[in-house]
Design a protein around this ligand. Sequence first.
Ligand SMILES: Cc1cc2nc3c(=O)[nH]c(=O)nc-3n(C[C@H](O)[C@H](O)[C@H](O)COP(=O)(O)OP(=O)(O)OC[C@H]3O[C@@H](n4cnc5c(N)ncnc54)[C@H](O)[C@@H]3O)c2cc1C
Length: 206
Amino acid sequence: MKIVVVGCTHAGTEATKDLARMYPDAEINVYERNDNVSFLSCGIALNVGGVVENTEDLFYSSPEELSALSVHMFMQHEVLEIDAMNSNLVTNERFSDTYDKLVMTTGSWPVIPDLRNIGLDNILLCKNYNHALTIIEKAEHANNIAVIGAGYIGIELVEAFEHHGKNVTLIDNMDRVLFRYLDPEMTDRVEASFSNAASAWRSGRL
Ligand SMILES: Cc1cc2nc3c(=O)[nH]c(=O)nc-3n(C[C@H](O)[C@H](O)[C@H](O)COP(=O)(O)OP(=O)(O)OC[C@H]3O[C@@H](n4cnc5c(N)ncnc54)[C@H](O)[C@@H]3O)c2cc1C
């Protein structure tokens, strides 16, 4: 049996490990757009805040580890069509592959609003390893940081930047933070604690 896995962060890494264990005779090809696997995005804010010192510590697997399971790893390869027409991002070479079973673990991507100048260099996304490196690099010399989106990721980033003494502005199109997850009784407290922390920073109390 030949199995193709498309996308290799968490779902893809686990699927690949399980498939290699359950079907030792299968030929398994993994295609991943990035040059890494298994990056823990949930640690980006901890990394930005300095709790996790090295961004590299946010990986729990690697292409080498999966290759050692006799899996063929096609890194920096983007699958363009479900019938497995592929493009090598480094050489732009294209080729086709076949499969008996196809595992799609292509995940998600941040919603990018259609705003004027959205492509400016200092407007960053927060999703993967490269984003984490860029955020940390750019934040080092930034005093004023705006975080757009007051969901869990935005809230964690605000906290991390505040810990570094940045002047942080949180922007959301709803009238309160975390509106998808918590009732106003709780979000009122979160907002109050953010305002208190911000004024404490500014007055030198933290
Ligand atoms: C900042 C941040 C913080 C988070 N915090 C938490 C948390 O605290 N707790 C929690 O449970 N979850 C958290 N999440 C969510 C969690 O990271 C995701 O649920 C998880 O990453 C989903 O894993 P996945 O493998 O399904 O998809 P993804 O992580 O999206 O991975 C998909 C992979 O597929 C690849 N890919 C996509 N299309 C193609 C293609 N055509 N060809 C080749 N490769 C392709 C991508 O490059 C990527 O590597 C957080 C997410 C972010 C961004």
